[in-house]
Design a protein around this ligand. Structure first.
Ligand code: HSE
Length: 310
């Protein structure tokens, strides 16, 4: 059999987007993993290379392996796949590291199989891998990676993903302080019940953010990026969060919040100049501390996954 392989870019993503815990997300451009997936004569899924971070090679213990197996068991091809992972997104960073692995393998396999599955089906397979990492199936990092741009997870069962439009001048700034927060822990500290008052504020913000994305209304984006439910609890896990947020907003960001379950912090800005000023302001906060950090400025990636080589 002639071997066939594909190399892909699986982007980092920002989940929640302040007001949309577990439902909203958007896709980044300048940071992501690379993966090579190769057809093999031998049946099954084997992970043959992992570079960047120390992650398990055993297929059932690796998120990319688990999602790949979910698709493989459904497709039942008469050949197998080898997976090589070039991990660039640090696990536990809050910008969708596990989701990039889980989504990358199924996206690439679908290409090699001749695209039998649609994006919603791929999201479903990838959620199996994501569940291994976070302890529950949620799609708010996976969907923006697979669909691109902004997405809203309308429901998990049945899985329904809505693609939202991306205003053309919207840029993200990310600062990743080098501390680790486990998603499972960041979920366990959240209250099981919330007040009606907070619920009203939050669903008004989600609705107005969706409207603002549809109408490219940057001022409404500014007024919608507020989280009265999750951020008050999780921000306590991120040293200097309040300072970073204040500095980002003072530098012109439309909004600033926790990226996914943290510790990364994201800001959205109109125009790349403002996004870069926000980056400098965020850096200035952590530069005065002992905590190391990385920053990224990225246009919203409306394409999502990219094929690097086929
Ligand atoms: N919505 C998820 C959370 C994203 O905030 O826990 C992190 O995987």
């Amino acid at each position: 059999m002639i071997k066939k392989e594909i190399k892909i870019f699986s982007p980092a993503t920002v989940a929640n987007v302040s007001c949309g815990y577990d439902v909203l997300g958007f896709c980044l451009d300048t940071i992501g993993d690379e993966m090579t997936i190769r057809k093999t004569d031998k049946k099954g899924i084997v992970i043959t290379k992992i570079e960047g971070y120390d992650l398990p090679f055993e297929t059932i213990k690796n998120v990319a392996g688990v999602s790949a197996l979910a698709l493989y068991d459904d497709a039942k091809p008469d050949y197998g796949f080898e997976i090589e992972i070039f991990k660039k997104i640090k696990p536990g960073s809050g910008i969708g590291s596990s989701s990039a692995s889980a989504s990358g393998s199924v996206f690439a396999m679908n290409e090699l199989l001749g695209r039998p599955y649609n994006k919603t089906q791929l999201t479903n397979f990838a959620m199996k891998g994501e569940a291994l990492a976070s302890g529950c199936e949620h799609a708010d990092n996976i969907a923006p990676g697979i669909f691109g741009g902004f997405t809203l997870v309308k429901s998990i069962s049945p899985l329904q993903i809505l693609q939202l439009p991306t205003p053309p001048d919207l840029y993200a700034t990310i600062i990743h302080p080098q501390i680790e927060i486990k998603t499972s822990e960041a979920r366990s500290i959240l209250p099981k019940e919330i007040s009606l008052k907070n619920a009203i504020t939050q669903w008004a913000n989600v609705g107005s953010l969706v409207h603002a994305l549809h109408t490219s209304d940057y001022e409404l984006i500014r007024r919608s990026l507020e989280d009265v439910i999750v951020e008050p609890f999780r921000s306590q896990l991120i040293p200097y969060f309040a300072n970073v947020k204040k500095m980002a907003l003072n530098s012109g960001a439309l909004g600033c919040g926790i990226s996914g379950s943290g510790p990364s912090i994201f800001a959205l800005s109109k125009g790349i100049e403002t996004a870069k000023e926000v980056e400098s302001a965020m850096k200035a906060v952590y530069s005065q501390t002992e905590i190391g950090f990385h920053t990224y400025v990225s246009k919203i990636n409306v394409e999502g996954m990219k094929i690097i080589q086929k």
